[in-house]
Design a protein around this ligand. Structure first.
Ligand code: DQA
Length: 146
């Protein structure tokens, strides 16, 4: 079965009560539930991991080598700073889609730079929970149709 790793970075464990006017009212469990339901429908298996630690996220990306065929990543604040996550994504060489709940281009200037976007196939930003589902559909297309 084709497997996709869905990674979420720092503070996303607080979704639902974290600045709901920016990030919406869905919790991380809502996101993982919706993604698992869609994955089952479109013939993908999904694995979820959230961490507040950059090193654990790097290890999760390395762990996907050989066990997963694609990655969806919301690197959260590490989007804007992490050469380590960018290098890990490049090293893994798996098709990856970067997702942000909020529109990073409509916010503070420091959020407009992504260290990780260039090593991803594409970026979905500002569409809330739907961004994860769109990313899953995109990866299904990439992985099943080549
Ligand atoms: C975020 C946007 C980032 O700038 C921020 O640091 C986050 C969440 C988003 O999903 O909108 O933690 O990645």
């Amino acid at each position: 079965m084709t497997k996709v790793l869905i990674l979420n970075g720092p503070n996303l464990n607080l979704l639902g009560r974290r600045e709901p006017e920016v990030y919406g009212s869905h919790t991380l469990a809502d996101i993982s539930g919706a993604a698992a339901a869609l994955a089952a429908e479109i013939g993908l298996e999904v694995e979820f991991f959230q961490s507040n630690s950059e090193g654990e996220l790097v290890e999760a990306i390395q762990g996907a080598i050989g066990s997963c065929q694609g990655i969806i990543i919301n690197p959260a604040a590490y989007t804007h700073t992490s050469v380590a996550l960018r290098d890990a994504l490049a090293a893994a060489g798996l098709p990856a889609v970067e997702v942000h709940l909020s529109n990073i281009y409509g916010r503070e200037d420091f959020r407009k730079t992504s260290m990780t976007a260039a090593v991803c196939r594409g970026v979905i930003t500002g569409l809330g929970i739907d961004g994860y589902l769109l990313a899953l559909r995109a990866l299904a297309g990439i992985l099943h149709e080549g």
